[in-house]
Design a protein around this ligand. Structure first.
Ligand SMILES: [Zn+2]
Length: 644
């Protein structure tokens, strides 16, 4: 069947209208006991946050979503008691407007109990190159096996879990651990007989008449590689095959869940961007990116949000401040509460819209929760309330940036370390200098025409067809900037006769700039050594320039979007300096991009009132200059004007 498109188009109405403010308690009691995290108060604690009183407290604080365990991998029979208990609790959460997500493990089977229910499950497990069963990678969890997604029997079992979740009335399904190694990381790849056989079929389909590439004419005896060599085409094929296998299995589960309940929200945790495109509505990025400046670098998971925007998927970022412990939450001035507020603002400002707070899984002693601390609940209520109040300004959003950072599968997967480092450098330069940018990765090639400039973060592998598309983009007036060694290889990591983007494109040189990664620029704070990137961007953009110039300290980070089918644009200003408020931030908006602005306002969850206040605006030649009087943690600016 053809399920409707995943991502933004598949979202249930409540998500579109409210956004997602989620808390989680996704581990079953059984898991805490087995893993040895079982203090005297564990059972009392576990049931205390499934009561009506707790549901009411969640709603009062502005939460609208809770993630609760359904299948952790012990077995539906072994977990039956807790699932039956969950079934009774769902109506209680619904009474207070809290949607319930069923947590389903995609990547772990606890054989100690699971084999009793399904003895043949020994054949569903991932095998390493020596045929040994692969155990869960994180922590010393010898009692967790990793299942193989190529086994139809395993997916059939997961479908029974989905059936049970939908039968008890959940609103959402969250698949956890939808991940495996990628590119050069083979630790988690499966080498079972099924995967080996499917891989040989894949090689035959993909490289049947390509001795020029792989050097061999038959694949019947090929074994999957166990170590990565980027320029070995069989290694490249193994990484692509593994991605495809994971993608197909997640897509199958997505379609199954939607066929059972069309408006169920499907979330995945751990799914790589290039796999997630058509297999999930929302994605959790468990990057532990609690927002801060560390070693002169802004940390806030912005790359996760930008990748989510690229593929039309809402990204939840887990705001896991080291932990929300009781000693940190007793005062409204607590630094941890600032983290919560800034994290909520980041999720909205960068287009994520999903806020995921471990408000229940806390390290507090006794059967107590952060949510029961007045200042914590106040901070949630204030910040969640602000973004719900202005929801229509944050969803959906269209691009305001005229710069896109370009990625492709082969570079991002096979050459990850270099690309990630160069991207991170470009991201820091742009964030700290208030330059708007998007990510361009999974969209169709014609989407590049929406931008004036493409930036290549060491995209060393480019195919001939990509070069042709990029050449057309430049001939139509676009510009490109390469950071590091872009276009040294083709898509199979074959050295090009004339390496370099400028040579490959064969276009006017003033529209193409290449710069090396400066010495020391990949060290923490190295973005300060990379002014050349900013200069190159300004040089190639020329008179078109940047749509928005901001005069603010480099501890203020911003993003901006156009609201489709409206004459409004929004600009978000986030202050990462915990020690001082920032005053008199000026924004210079070009009429080319934002139109002739007729009205402007600002609002902040840090002020008494949520309402938009008029902003002073001054026309300066073709630009409009707005002055924002103060940014404490977050200030929203709204501008309305004629179409650009
Ligand atoms: Zn396998």
């Amino acid at each position: 069947m053809n399920a409707k498109r995943a991502g933004a188009d598949g979202l249930p109405l409540w998500v579109r209208e409210e956004g997602v403010y989620a808390a989680t308690s996704h581990e079953p009691l059984k898991f805490y006991r087995r893993i040895g995290d079982n203090p005297e108060w564990r059972e009392q604690w576990y049931y205390a946050h499934r009561t009506e009183e707790f549901a009411k407290k969640m709603a009062d604080a502005g939460f609208n979503h809770i993630n609760l365990a359904l299948f952790k991998g012990f077995g539906l029979e072994e977990e039956r008691e807790e699932i039956d208990d969950l079934a009774k609790r769902i109506p209680v959460f619904h009474k207070y407007g809290i949607k319930v997500r069923a947590y389903i493990q995609f990547g772990s089977l606890m054989y100690e109990t699971f084999l009793k229910e399904v003895p043949e499950a020994r054949d569903w497990c991932r095998r390493d190159p020596h045929g040994r069963i692969i155990t869960y990678r994180w922590g010393n969890l010898y009692w967790r096996w990793r299942p193989c997604h190529s086994k139809p029997e395993f997916l059939a079992y997961l479908k029974k879990c989905v059936d049970r979740a939908i039968e008890i009335g959940v609103d959402a399904i969250g698949f956890d651990n939808v991940k495996q190694g990628s590119g050069g990381d083979y630790h988690d790849f499966c080498y079972c007989d099924t995967c080996r056989s499917l891989f040989r079929d894949y090689l035959k389909r993909s490289f049947a008449a390509r001795e020029d590439l792989v050097g061999i004419s038959t694949f019947d005896n090929v074994e999957p590689p166990s170590t990565h060599h980027a320029n070995d085409v069989i290694c490249q094929a193994w990484a692509r095959f593994q991605d495809g296998r994971l993608r197909a299995s997640v897509r199958e589960m997505y379609e199954y869940a939607k066929s059972k309940k069309p408006d169920v929200l499907v979330n995945t945790n751990g799914l790589p961007a290039h796999v997630a495109a058509d297999s999930t509505d929302t994605a959790t990025w468990e990057g532990h990116h609690w927002p801060r400046i560390e070693e002169d670098e802004v940390v806030c998971g912005v790359h996760a949000y930008k990748h989510g925007n690229d593929r039309g998927i809402i990204v939840y970022s887990s705001i896991v401040a080291p932990d929300f412990g009781e000693e940190d939450l007793s005062s409204p001035e607590s630094p941890k509460l600032r983290v919560l507020k800034l994290g909520t603002a980041c999720a909205n400002a960068f287009g994520g819209h999903g806020v995921f707070v471990p408000a229940i899984m806390s390290k507090m002693r006794g059967a107590r929760f952060p949510l029961e601390e007045g200042p914590f609940a106040d901070a949630c209520r204030r910040y969640f309330g602000f973004f719900k109040r202005h929801r229509e300004l944050f969803h959906p959003l269209g691009p305001a940036a005229n710069i896109a950072v370009y990625f492709n599968w082969q570079s991002w997967t096979l050459d990850r370390a270099r690309v990630a480092a160069a991207y991170h450098l470009a991201e820091q330069v742009f964030l700290r200098h208030h330059v708007l940018f998007d990510v361009l990765y999974l969209r169709p090639p014609e989407d590049m025409r929406r931008y004036d400039l493409l930036v290549f973060p060491e995209i060393r592998c480019l195919s001939d067809s990509e070069i042709e598309e990029i050449g057309n983009f430049v001939r139509a007036g676009g510009a490109v900037v390469s950071l590091g060694e872009t276009c040294r290889y083709d898509e199979y990591f074959r050295e090009r006769l004339s390496p370099g983007l400028a040579q490959a494109l064969d276009v006017e040189s003033e529209k193409v700039k290449s710069l090396a990664v400066p010495k020391g620029a990949l060290e923490p704070g190295g973005w300060r050594k990379c002014d050349g990137l900013l200069k190159a961007v300004r040089d190639v953009l020329g008179v078109r320039g940047l749509p928005l110039e901001v005069d603010a300290p480099d501890t203020v980070v911003m993003d901006a979007y156009r609201i489709p089918e409206s004459r409004k644009s929004i600009m978000s200003l986030l202050n990462f300096d915990p020690d001082k408020k920032v005053r008199d931030v000026t924004l210079r908006l070009s009429s080319d991009k934002f139109g002739i602005i007729t009205q402007a306002w600002c609002a902040s969850p840090d002020s008494e009132s949520y309402e938009l206040q008029p902003l002073q605006a001054k026309q300066d030649s073709d630009d409009l200059v707005l002055t924002v009087p103060e940014v404490d943690i977050f200030t929203l600016v709204v501008a309305e004007g004629d179409e650009p």
